[in-house]
Each structure stands twice: as C-alpha cells, then as structure tokens.
Design a protein around this ligand. Structure first.
Ligand code: SAM
Length: 362
C-alpha cells in the first residue's frame, strides 16, 4: 500500500525546485503553442526584416485583430522569442528569423512546432495504445502531421545534404553524375530525393514510403520541382525490388519507425548492387537509457516523441520491433547490417546535430 507523505515530511526547497521544474514544462508547452500560432497566422513572417513593430502595425500587416495580436506579442516578448524595444514594440532578431521563418536555413525548427496540434490529438488515442500494445501508424496522425514532419526535416536536406554531405561519400557524386539508380526508403515527402534529382539529372530516383499522406506531398513536391527523373512508390503495393538494381540507397530518420527494421535491412541488401552504397541516417542513440540521458539534453523530449510517434509507429502492427526514437544504436544497426550480408560499416560525420550517419556496403 502506498503512503502519502504528510506536508511536514517535505523539504520546502526541494518542493519548490520540483514545482519550478514541472511548471517550466508547462511554460514550454504553452509557449510552443504560441509559436505554432505565430507560424500559422503569418506573424513571424510579417515580423521578419520589419524592424520593431507595435501591435497596431503587426495587426495591420497581417489583417488580424489588434487586441489578440497584442496579447500574443506580450507572450513572445516575455518568453524572449521576440526582442522588446521602446516599451511595447517587438522585433524578430536575425537569429529568430533563421530558426522560425527561413525554411532554407539549416537551423530552422518551425516545422517541429507545426506538428504540435496533431501530436496533441494523438493523446486521445494513446491510452488505448498503452492498454493494447498497438500504436498509431504515421498516417493516423493526419495529413497536417505529414506536412509538419516534412517541414521539420527539409531544412537540412535543402541547405546541407547535396552541397556538403553527399560529396563526403566516396564515389557517390561521380556515380550520380554519370547516371545511377537511386532509392530513398521511408522517403516521406521526398525532399531529399528531389534535391538529389535536381542536382543529378542523369540519374533516376525512386522514393518508397507507406504513408499515403507523405506520398501525396511527395507527388505535389515533384510537380512543383518540375523534374522527370523521380518516381514515388507505395511500398505496401510495390516493395523494394530484390534484384540488386540500385547503386545508391538512402534511409533518413525512418528505420527506427519501422515495424520490421531488420527485415527492411535485408530488403535493402537485396535491392543494392554489389558495388553500391547505403547511407543510413538515424537519431544519435546510445546503448543505455543512462547514456542517452547523460549525453542528450533533449532525451526527455525524444522519449516523449517516441511514445507519440516513433515507437508508436514501430508498434503499429502486432509483433512490431518498437525500437523507439533512441532505439537504433550503432551497435544494433551494425549487427543487423552484417546479419543481412553487408561487410563494410563505417560511421561518418556529416555535421548533423541530431542524426548519426553510416556508410554501409556489401
Ligand atoms: C520521420 S519520417 C522521415 C521521412 C523522410 N525520410 C524525411 O527525412 O523527411 C519516417 C518515414 O518512414 C516511413 N515508414 C515507416 N515504416 C516504413 C516502411 N516499412 N517502409 C517505408 N517507409 C516507412 C513513414 O511513413 C514516414 O514517412
């Protein structure tokens, strides 16, 4: 039987520290929702490069009601996301503009905040998942969430991947220039693939995903890019072919989400040419919970995202692997890759804050 501590048992300093910690998270959650609103309503976009604006000026620029804009500005100023000048004028710093507005900047993070409403909606369904053990597949979070994931991950692909990361992979750019067959597995909205397709018109690029929302975004992005060397496939209908046809395969942030990542690694081995290269990107994960907590200041958030999205997706069918956001360690990936018949496995630093990268070959 549990016993309730009596008020006199509690250390007042520790009580205060604990409460402050807890309400710090409430503060973060509330301000995150205000960030989401600022993005949706175009408030940050209107502030970008506009200098210090009053609530009247910002309301006029966005066509919104001044009283609501003023309260939002107060929240943003008080939380340090906007600079307060001359009493009640507010400005977005150049750094704020990079992180909140410029979606081509590698530090941009607004896409992550745009997923908050969809993640909050999942709260209604997660108690069932805790009881049944079965999680939500990606598409169950809705089309907006697929768009949010796209926006969250695209800045690195747009600004770093092709110009700075790909050239670090031996022989890959030469093969792409000459004309290669490429697959991106778990391609989401296809941003990585389209960036490569634009840069290497002699190659053909195939994206595989099981999310119909993501594939719809990928098709829309393909039309907007105007490229003809990209094909997207619903992997449930057209799985990766097992005839060693691909010279280069990529997987970005998706193996840990899969119900059968080990099976997918075997499929990738069967799809990759003997001389081919597989580039894996997955969240930097350490072998134990303790090491994740020690080395990763965002571990608490990542375990939470895991419950809501990543582990949930990986447990969305019975018997799913359930790796979780921090579950694909280098050791596990290497063991599975070697078990699938790959013999070369090398970590490579591609300058990413969250992801680890590996070059895997036959
Ligand atoms: C976090 S998203 C990453 C999307 C994309 N790689 C990016 O970086 O923008 C993970 C993706 O993996 C996809 N996925 C999960 N299981 C899959 C499977 N078995 N085969 C193909 N894609 C899968 C999901 O639908 C989702 O689009």
């Amino acid at each position: 039987m549990s016993t309730q501590p009596s008020p006199s048992d509690l250390d007042p300093d520790r009580l205060k520290t604990y409460s402050l910690r807890l309400f710090g998270y409430m503060n973060g959650a509330t301000i995150s929702m205000m960030v989401c609103l600022g993005d949706r309503l175009g408030l940050y976009a209107a502030l970008a490069g506009a200098g210090a604006l009053s609530s009247q000026e910002l309301a006029r620029a966005t066509g919104l009601d001044e009283r609501w804009v003023r309260e939002w500005l107060y929240s943003q100023g008080a939380s340090g996301l906007l600079e307060t000048r001359d009493g009640e004028r507010f400005a977005l710093s150049p750094e704020g503009q990079a992180v909140l507005v410029d979606e081509n900047h590698p530090a941009n993070g607004i896409g992550m905040f745009s997923q908050i409403p969809d993640l909050a909606r999942a709260l209604d369904r997660l108690p069932d998942a805790f009881r049944t053990g079965l999680g939500l597949a990606y598409d169950e979070h809705g089309a907006d969430c697929a768009r949010g994931i796209e926006r969250g991950l695209a800045p690195w692909f747009r600004s770093i991947f092709v110009p700075f990361a790909l050239p670090k992979l031996e022989g890959v750019c030469d093969a792409l220039r000459a004309g290669a067959q490429v697959a991106d597995v778990g391609c989401g909205a296809g941003v990585a693939l389209l960036e490569m397709a634009k840069a290497f018109p002699a190659s053909h690029f195939h994206g595989y995903d099981i999310s119909l929302h993501a594939l719809a975004r990928a098709e829309a992005n393909r039309s907007a890019a105007g490229v003809s060397n990209v094909t997207f496939h619903d992997a449930r209908v057209e799985p990766l072919p097992g005839d060693h046809r691909f010279d280069f395969i990529t997987t970005f942030d998706c193996l840990h989400d899969m119900t059968d990542p080990e099976g997918m690694i075997r499929q990738i081995r069967a799809a990759l040419a003997e001389s081919g290269t597989w580039l894996v990107a997955d969240i930097k994960a350490r072998p134990t919970y303790a090491e994740n907590v020690e080395k990763n200041p965002m571990a608490g958030m990542m375990y939470g995202v895991s419950v809501m999205v990543c582990m949930s997706s990986s447990l969305s069918t019975k018997g799913g692997a359930g790796l979780g956001t921090l579950g694909l360690t280098a050791e596990r990936l290497e063991r599975w890759a070697r078990g699938a018949g790959f013999t070369r496995f090398s970590p490579i630093d591609l300058g990413h804050a969250v992801n680890a990268f590996y070059v895997v070959q036959a």
